[in-house]
Design a protein around this ligand. Structure first.
Ligand code: SF4
Ligand code: SF4
Length: 300
């Protein structure tokens, strides 16, 4: 059983990713490529180099050591080309301003448990726990098989935030051990889902129906103005949740631009520069669609 995973962030004191105060462990790698992704560093499974132009003093030390032409001088400025970078790490050794950094670290089960246990007193005081997120945690199934029983033996509540994308057998093998599933529903129309995320949604919808019968599931809906915020989309989510013969709730996640800087650091183009966050009033209108159908909706 694989004992390691590539972790790109361990976020403490989170109050939006499950009940109570939580530690969120973000694992790298995702089968989707959402236009609005706020964690673009999560998409690639391997550790990656990122570049921060604000702190770069233009000394050129990285240029001299890079054998792959991943850094170049353009109009007297350093330009980083992520697609050519092999993450060899040579430039990190010579960059005195830490403008070149590596995101993602291979960690063992014991190392991750050690980090999680630092927050244990917050879990017991708030009925919180740990949430595995990403990327898509299912891609690290062996790691999760190994770590989740150990956390539960220690009395820690374990949740997973998932895109729901994967063959049922593989998906179920991982999520069956979880206490709570935070299940993303990004767009109900499969053609649009493909256009926005790079995959169709049939597998996701099927998995949503099956898993919510077995496990406590909260559906998480990102709200992206001009993309998936048509009333019809939410009405279809209501129809789906009403088809399930048990109670489910939704979290509505308003679009934000916090991830914008990360695209720059990765040398990637930001996909939605024209999109603004939805207003509180618009979010409330969407929440009302669910409340009217007796589905609990929280704006998080
Ligand atoms: S980590 Fe990337 S940018 Fe840095 S020296 Fe290696 S290939 Fe070049
Ligand atoms: S070594 Fe660091 S500070 Fe110097 S040019 Fe490269 S990124 Fe900038």
């Amino acid at each position: 059983m694989k004992n390691t995973a590539v972790v790109f962030n361990i976020q403490r004191y989170s109050i939006h990713d499950g009940p109570g105060i939580r530690t969120v462990v973000f694992l790298k790698g995702c089968p989707l490529n959402c236009l609005w992704c706020s964690n673009p560093e999560s998409q690639n499974k391997k550790p990656q180099v990122i570049y921060t132009s604000n702190t770069c003093i233009g000394c050129g030390a990285c240029l001299k050591v890079c054998k792959y032409e991943a850094v170049a001088l353009k109009n007297d400025k350093i330009q980083f080309y992520m697609d050519r970078c092999t993450s060899c790490g040579e430039c990190l050794e010579v960059c005195c301003t830490n403008s070149m950094e590596i995101v993602g670290k291979t960690m063992t089960v014991d190392e991750v448990i050690y980090e999680i246990e630092k927050d244990k007193q917050f879990y017991s005081n708030s009925e919180g726990g740990v949430t595995f997120s990403g990327g898509e945690p299912i891609l690290h199934s062996e790691f999760l098989h190994s770590i989740v029983p150990k956390l539960k033996e220690k009395g820690i509540h374990v949740a997973i935030e998932t895109t729901g994308y994967g063959e049922w057998e593989e998906f179920f093998k991982v999520v069956k051990d979880m206490d709570l599933i935070l299940f993303d529903l990004k767009e109900m129309n499969s053609e649009k889902h493909d256009k926005y995320t790079g995959v169709h949604n049939q597998l996701i919808i099927e998995n949503a129906k099956k898993i919510s019968k077995i496990k406590e599931t909260i559906f998480r809906l990102p709200v992206i103005p001009g993309y998936n915020d048509e009333i019809e989309n939410f009405k279809q989510v209501v129809t789906l949740l009403k088809e399930l013969d048990h109670e489910c709730s939704v979290h509505l996640l308003p679009y934000h631009t916090y991830g914008k800087e990360k695209y720059k650091k990765l040398g990637k183009k930001y996909n939605l520069p024209e999109v603004e966050s939805p207003s509180k009033e618009d979010m409330q209108k969407i929440a009302n669609i669910f409340e009217k159908s007796d589905i609990k909706a929280s704006i998080v």
